[in-house]
Write a protein that binds this ligand. Structure first.
Ligand SMILES: C[S@@+](CC[C@H](N)C(=O)[O-])C[C@H]1O[C@@H](n2cnc3c(N)ncnc32)[C@H](O)[C@@H]1O
Length: 280
């Protein structure tokens, strides 16, 4: 597969100063353009500088508290030789970890600055795989071309589930696995507009779907467990597992994603990881 960037050769996407890129597009939710702006800034403030460290990590870890993959039963399994698509890859460190383990990843993300960091890291490390500039809602890749689709806080949190779940189903071969990590329902319910997640329910679960943040902080999507299960089943998935992630005992507050403390996340799950299989 070829690199499908829409940037001019040699262009630095960070020069576009928080531009929403080719979005908004009439057939996509307005959250796509808002989230590209949010993640262009996030790249400048954090993810570009963190990429040397995240790409170099030896072990696979999940989420803001770095939960070791083995401690939750390695939900992706052995991916050697498999075609894997990461929906919302960001700087693509997770795909790089999987490439080092023999998988054939393709990273998909709508934010040019994030993909530019991924390209810089590919050149630096010699770990190359295709990077596609697109949102999870509309992925320009063929039907039934992947064994695994996954997302660690990419499409799973930032793309419209009514649009990206059917895209994941379309991209997967029959029997293929969908694995995604996102905020827990409790975090969605207890996260204030500003500040850290507390012990009060601040948002109704009834009708929860799109959660817009003030200013240029973008728009997340959060569903109740029942709504996730019905959506997945509607698009031909069998739900295999729902792993609720707690902060490990030695966890420290994440230096940048500090919206939830390790003390809170040791008592309640801050994150949840879904494992589903596309039925034949
Ligand atoms: C937290 S990063 C995920 C990558 C990485 N696992 C990480 O934790 O840094 C979130 C990524 O989601 C991407 N994103 C935003 N809107 C998206 C959409 N509609 N579809 C797919 N990804 C999206 C952003 O561009 C950003 O790179």
């Amino acid at each position: 597969m070829s690199d499908d960037s829409v940037l001019a050769p040699g262009a630095d996407p960070r020069d576009q100063a928080d531009s929403p890129g080719p979005f908004p597009a009439p057939d996509l939710p307005t959250s796509v353009a808002r989230n590209v702006v949010a993640w262009t800034r996030n790249n400048r403030e954090h993810t570009d500088a963190a990429a040397d460290r995240t790409w170099a990590a030896e072990g696979i870890t999940w989420g803001v508290f770095g939960v070791p993959d083995e401690s939750i039963g390695s939900p992706l399994g052995d991916l050697a030789g498999l075609d894997v698509v990461e929906l919302g890859c960001g700087t693509a460190y997770f795909s790089a970890w999987l490439a080092r383990r023999g998988a054939r990843p393709v990273g998909v993300d709508p934010t040019p600055a994030q993909l530019e960091t991924a390209r810089r890291m590919q050149a630096q490390t010699g770990i190359h795989f295709p990077l596609i500039e697109a949102p999870g809602e509309r992925v320009p890749l063929p039907d039934s071309s992947f064994d695994v689709a996954f997302s660690e806080y990419g499409a799973s949190l930032w793309a419209d589930p009514e649009r990206w779940i059917p895209e994941a189903a379309r991209l997967l071969r029959p029997g293929g696995q969908l694995v995604f990590l996102t905020n827990s329902v409790l975090v969605h319910l207890c996260e204030p507009q500003e500040g850290v997640v507390g012990e009060a329910l601040l948002r109704p679960q009834a009708g929860m779907y799109r959660i817009a943040w003030p200013g240029e902080d973008g728009e997340e999507y959060g569903l109740s467990h029942g709504d996730w299960i019905r959506l997945l089943r509607r698009h031909g998935f069998e739900v295999l597992d729902l792993v609720e992630l707690y902060a490990p005992p030695d966890a420290a507050t994440h230096g940048y994603y500090d919206y939830v403390t390790p003390e809170w996340a040791a008592k309640w799950p801050a994150e949840e990881l879904w494992v589903a299989r596309r039925q034949n």
